[in-house]
Design a protein around this ligand. Structure first.
Ligand code: ADE
Length: 254
């Protein structure tokens, strides 16, 4: 998978050199290229922002550097350009991390892991001139994506989170693919069960005895019960309908 990232702080993406993602880059499983938006700003101060038209607080990112940078990246895309504008099937997908976007989920990570070429456009300040989104949405595929209901200073941290979630789903990135299956948000939507390792007792705290029993059916049953209990307690909205128990009746009556 090819991933291009545009940012005025390319240094953020040094984090992608670490751990599994760094290895995946070395193995050629992902090809990540980070671009400094200021390279497409040509005045003496390499200006990328200006005051909001119509007034208001903060600064807005100017369209010209974005246009030059994105045109260059799209022209070099390894993905076939869309046959017809707005085609769902082909061409690179541009993602603008934004608190105003659709919410990123494991389902979206799986969907995006199928793409050939992703471009992340990381905005700063009060945002990017709307015409940039309009221009590229008309020419291809654009999505505004939020990683949660809180506000970051820019799209960089959000892009790193998304890239990690997507890249680890690519074949060969995570050593043991089975470890992807039992995670939170995968398969049945339940949260993960608690994990333990040796020693069997630490500071007076014992590993649950069922895990030492060697009885795999009992262990599986205990883990599933823990997942349901944890999901009910922490994220009740994720519980599948058939596991909601009494609350289902109450909602039905409301
Ligand atoms: N930029 C600022 N806040 C963000 C968020 N929550 N998600 C994605 N991009 C952002």
């Amino acid at each position: 998978m090819r991933i291009d990232v545009v940012s005025i702080f390319p240094g953020y993406f040094d984090a992608l050199e670490l751990s599994l993602l760094g290895k995946a880059k070395q193995k050629g499983l992902i090809d990540v290229r980070v671009h400094d938006l200021r390279d497409a700003a040509h005045d003496r101060h390499r200006t990328v922002d200006d005051t909001p038209t119509g007034g208001g607080a903060g600064m807005v990112m100017k369209p010209e550097p974005w246009g030059e940078m994105l045109d260059g990246i799209l022209a070099e895309s390894p993905d076939e350009p869309a046959e017809t504008p707005r085609s769902e099937a082909h061409g690179p997908l541009i993602i603008f991390p934004s608190p105003a976007g659709e919410v990123f989920t494991q389902r979206m990570a799986r969907e995006l892991a199928q793409e050939q070429h992703l471009v992340f456009g990381c905005g700063r300040y009060e945002g990017i001139d709307q015409r940039v989104f309009d221009e590229y949405a008309e020419r291809g595929r654009v999505r505004l994506v939020s990683i949660g209901d809180y506000v970051l200073n820019g799209g960089e941290v959000a892009a790193i989170a998304m890239i990690e979630a997507i890249a680890r789903l690519l074949p060969g990135v995570v050593g043991n693919p089975e470890s992807l299956v039992e995670e939170s948000h995968e398969e049945d939507g339940l949260l993960e069960y608690p994990s333990y390792t040796k020693p069997a007792e630490w500071r007076g705290r014992e590993v649950p005895s069922v895990l030492l029993s060697g009885n795999h059916a009992a262990i599986d049953a205990w883990r599933r019960e823990q997942r349901i209990e944890r999901t009910r307690r922490v994220r009740p909205e994720l519980l599948p309908r058939e596991l909601r128990g009494e609350s289902r009746g109450r909602h039905a009556a409301e």
